[in-house]
Design a protein. Structure first.
Length: 404
């Protein structure tokens, strides 16, 4: 396990006045780019086509050499490192995944380990470990890329990039070719993985919504390779630095802020839960005290079954008569934007929220969400740092200055 020692801890990435002028180009592809990505964070480069995102990213592992300036990895200039060495140490995921079609999934994952001369046994063990990590069944190891779906191939791409546990990952539109539903799932999985792995990541996308969801910090670039703004997502949404950024971020900034908060960050409604056969009187009492005036029927593991109808409450004891199923069930870890779209899709004004074991912890409603949108402004400076600390559970209580 400890064999890849020294590799696994994350490193900062620092761009210092980096410029790339391609031969024959009229203006630089990247122009005086300076920014610092703290160790363990995701920095998203976002901007219109041709603004220099890919060029900026590829200078980190020297697939492209810079014209001037410097890039430091963990304080060391990439200029002092061999390109081959950098490429081995930096995980790289691209949109067209770039799996070798005639090699099995396990062999694809082992591309870099085999360059490093790992033993067969060690490579095989690592491939299994990585398949599990990215949520693919082990049986897939002997298949070929064409026998996998696009989303599965993308997971293989991520597994391959993680093979030697690199401190730094470069990801160029990694989910760009995936349909919206699988894309949302991959984003969530990847964020969960990153919460554990804490790599330093440069992530390229042209989709501002993806940038807001994935980034600890976002670098908005404009054509000509100039940095328009570098800020945490909340700041970008609240205080765009220029008309260009404002335009790029788009008109529905309030809605976009929904991607900054998770269901667990806000004050949910309370609800009375009940089990079939329990005395009715107590349920009526608890319902009167709760925020929601109907009770939620749950099973023996406190998992939601459905909303109790008036008739279910008429006898001495609760009968499992439902007015409607508990749909949608919202996960405590969902971002508000995704939870809202689930509410809208099921034409429901509210939905039970469940924790890790599927147990009911409260109710999310349209009102709760609109309050959350209204209170977001108070979180502007460094919302990500704040969210990472424990103090902020009551984000829904925050009374921010009025916007506009
Ligand atoms: N090898 C090259 N030689 C000359 N010019 C190049 C080369 N690669 C890229 N460019 C130019 O540099 C600029 C930045 O390109 P780059 O690929 O970095 O943009 P990008 O932001 O990644 O765009 P996209 O969103 O379309 O992928 C573009 O004007 C492009 O035409
Ligand atoms: Mg590109």
């Amino acid at each position: 396990m400890g064999e890849s020692s020294g590799r696994s801890s994350a490193e900062t990435i620092e761009f210092r006045d980096v410029t790339k002028q391609y031969p024959g180009g009229s203006e630089p592809a990247v122009d005086g780019l300076s920014l610092e990505v703290p160790a363990g964070e995701i920095c998203v480069l976002v901007g219109p086509s041709g603004c220099g995102k890919t060029t900026a990213m590829r200078m980190v592992n020297r697939m492209i050499d810079m014209t001037s300036g410097d890039i430091l990895l963990g304080g060391r200039s990439v200029r002092d490192r061999k390109p081959e060495e950098l490429r081995r140490e930096i995980g790289y995921v691209i949109q067209q995944i770039g799996l070798f079609p005639h090699r099995t999934i396990a062999d694809n994952i082992s591309t870099v380990p085999s360059l490093l001369g790992w033993s067969k046994a060690r490579m095989s063990e690592r491939a299994d470990e990585l398949l599990e990590l990215v949520g693919l069944p082990r049986e897939m190891r002997d298949r070929y890329p064409s026998q996998l779906s696009g989303g599965q191939r993308q997971r293989v791409g991520v597994a391959r990039a993680l093979a030697v546990d690199p401190p730094v990952m470069l990801m160029d539109e990694p989910f760009g070719a995936i349909d919206p539903i699988n894309r949302e799932r991959l984003q969530n999985e990847f964020l969960r993985l990153q919460a554990e792995l804490r790599k330093t990541i440069v992530f390229v996308t042209h989709d501002i919504d993806e940038a807001i969801k994935m980034g600890d910090r976002i670098a908005v670039m404009q054509v000509g390779g100039k940095l328009a703004q570098f800020a945490p997502p909340a700041e970008l949404l609240m205080a765009p630095a220029s008309p260009f950024v404002e335009d790029f971020v788009g008109a529905d900034r309030a809605l976009k802020r929904l991607a900054l908060q998770r269901v667990r960050d806000i004050d949910l409604w309370t609800v009375a839960t009940c089990r079939t056969g329990e005395p009715t009187a107590g349920v009526r009492e608890r319902t009167a005290e709760a925020d929601l005036d109907i009770a939620l029927l749950v099973d023996e593991h406190q998992r939601p079954v459905g909303w109790l109808s008036e008739r279910g409450l008429t006898g001495e004891r609760i009968r499992s008569e439902l007015r409607s199923p508990a749909d949608p069930v919202v996960d405590l870890d969902d971002i508000l934007r995704d939870a809202l779209s689930d509410l809208l899709a099921s034409e429901s004004m509210y939905g039970p929220v469940v924790g890790a074991q599927g147990e009911v912890v409260g109710v999310l409603s349209m009102q709760v969400i609109s309050q959350a949108v209204g209170s977001a402004p108070s979180e502007v400076p460094g919302a990500t740092e704040l969210a990472a600390s424990e103090h902020v559970n009551g984000a829904g209580d925050a009374t921010g200055p009025d916007e506009e």
